[in-house]
Every structure is written in C-alpha cells, then in structure tokens.
Design a protein around this ligand. Structure first.
Ligand SMILES: [Zn+2]
Length: 300
C-alpha cells in the first residue's frame, strides 16, 4: 500500500510540474505578445524608427541617411536596417510614414519597399519636385502600396484589441511649405503613438515654427519617449521640450556629422528635464520594449 501511495504521489508531482511548466510557457508567450517594440536604427545622419504592435503590425516612420556623396552608403545602410528588423522578427512592413521629403528621411525607401512590401505609404503634406522623391512615390503607386496624405487628426490603429494607435498632431491642414512661412522641416508630419501609459512623439525635423504651433494647438504633447526633432539641432525650443518632458530622448544623428548635431544646449535641456539621452551615432541602435506601463532599453 505504501508503495502504491508513493507512486501516486510521484505521479501527482509530475503532473503538477508539467502543468507549472506549461503555465510558465503560456505566461512568456502572453507577455511577449503584449509588448510594443520601438526600434530607433542607427542609420548615420538620418532617421529610421520602427514600431511593432503586439499583433505584429508594423509602422516605419522615416527611413533615410545622409550619403555625403557616397551613393553606395544607401545600399549598405538599407541592408543593415533589414538585418536589424529581422533580429526582432520583422520581415514585412505594413505602413511607412515619411515625415517630410528630405533625402535623410526617405532615400532608403526604394530598397525597403522592394524587400519589405508595405501596404500603405503615409505621405507628408510637403511636396518636392526632386526626381528621387518622385520616384519613391512612383514605386509605391506602381506596386501594391496604397498612398494617403497625412492630415491633422488622422488616427491609424495598429492593434485595436490592445489599444495601440498613431495620431497625426501636426502640421495644420492647408500649410503649403516654402510658399507660406512654413519651411519643409517645420511641416514635418508629427505623430504620437500611444499604448497604455506609454507614448512616443515622432517629430521629423520640426524647428521653432512647428514646435510653437504644436504648443499653441492644445494637443497633449507629454510623451514617455521623444524622437528629438531635427537630429537634436539648435532649433529645439526649451518650452517645447518641457511640454513633452520625456523620460527617454532619442537623437538620431551621425557620429561626427558636419552639422554639429546634436547641439549641446539641446542635450543639456533634455538632461535638465531628467531624460535619458540616447544618441544613435554614439550609442548605436536602440530597442525599447514596453508592456504599456514599464519599459526597457536595449542597445542593438
Ligand atoms: Zn533630417
């Protein structure tokens, strides 16, 4: 009888251990899928910011690099971007948003659109007659990529079940860059992504004009993470940075770039606000993972 009892007890323990292991696997799986990832790729002097929602849907905000006259840099950087995306399991894009038609924000697109087949290209308000920009749009229109213009107040849902969406906060509708006093940089599409208590503000290259307008627009600019405007240039207003009050400030700027980005006073202003400042050219690509409440920073 004692032997039989011991055997039964052992069987119960084995079953309990198997159930516990299965529960742990389920927890890991569940937590993994409840995570939003932000990848700020070190593309040299440019911007390339990826968002991956819990359901796997993706949006890429800008993808460009300064070539300094070396055209082979575009191919090399595009391959680096594709391999970093693959490292976090991304082999296809759903949406690409270009904040404004400057090469350091879009010149990786011909390769990325071919390799990662986005279904939607979100276009900026500003136009440019530049042949390279026109060819990016032509590639999209000739393929299966739908194009729409970003307009103030538009909301794009990435994951409705988990409440992950991106909203256009600027520029105001009707702005015609160059013709009006708005520069193409100031007319960059400004996007805010929200997931639970965590939010990210993507700002393209807005300067004083765009920042002042945002401050007066009444939009809630507070954000956990700030994609710092214009590669951390001197055109950042302290009042704007204070309104955002980020915990993490990411500056996409190339190492020893000739533009003096990031500007020391911009970095100091961010540090005074208590932000962790990450400069891609110095520290490399940054992956941020969040469950909507806490977040972790991982250097890639
Ligand atoms: Zn730029």
């Amino acid at each position: 009888m004692a032997d039989k009892g011991t055997k039964t007890a052992r069987q119960i323990i084995v079953v309990a251990l198997v159930l516990l292991a299965a529960y742990c696997v389920w927890l890991t799986h569940r937590d993994f899928h409840l995570t939003v990832s932000f990848l700020f790729v070190d593309v040299g002097q440019g911007k390339c910011n990826l968002v991956v929602a819990p359901n796997g849907r993706t949006i890429l905000i800008d993808a460009g690099t300064h070539t300094y006259g070396q055209n082979d840099r575009v191919e090399a950087i595009a391959q680096k971007v594709i391999s970093q995306f693959a490292r976090i399991g991304v082999r296809k894009l759903d949406v690409i948003s270009v904040t404004h038609p400057d090469k350091d924000h879009y010149n990786l697109l011909p390769i990325l659109m071919k390799e990662l087949q986005p279904s939607l290209l979100w276009l900026p308000l500003g136009e440019d007659a530049d042949a390279e920009w026109q060819s990016v749009k032509a590639i999209a229109m000739n393929g299966r990529t739908q194009t729409i213009a970003a307009r103030l107040g538009q909301r794009l849902w990435l994951d409705t079940k988990r409440g992950v969406f991106v909203e256009v906060l600027g520029p105001p509708n009707g702005v015609v860059p160059k013709v009006s006093e708005w520069s193409p940089n100031d007319a960059s599409t400004v996007l805010k992504l929200s997931f639970g208590e965590v939010s990210v503000l993507f700002t393209g290259d807005i300067g004083g004009m765009g920042q002042r307008w945002l401050l007066s627009s009444g939009a809630n600019l507070r954000a956990t993470i700030l994609d710092v405007p214009h590669h951390g240039s001197k055109h950042n207003l302290e009042t704007f940075l204070r309104a955002v009050r980020p915990k993490v400030a990411v500056i996409s700027a190339g190492r020893q770039n000739p533009f003096g980005h990031p500007y020391p006073s911009t970095v100091e202003a961010l540090k005074r606000l208590g932000a962790i400042v990450w400069v891609t050219g110095e520290q490399g690509s940054l992956l941020i993972r969040t469950n909507g409440r806490n977040f972790s920073l991982i250097g890639l």
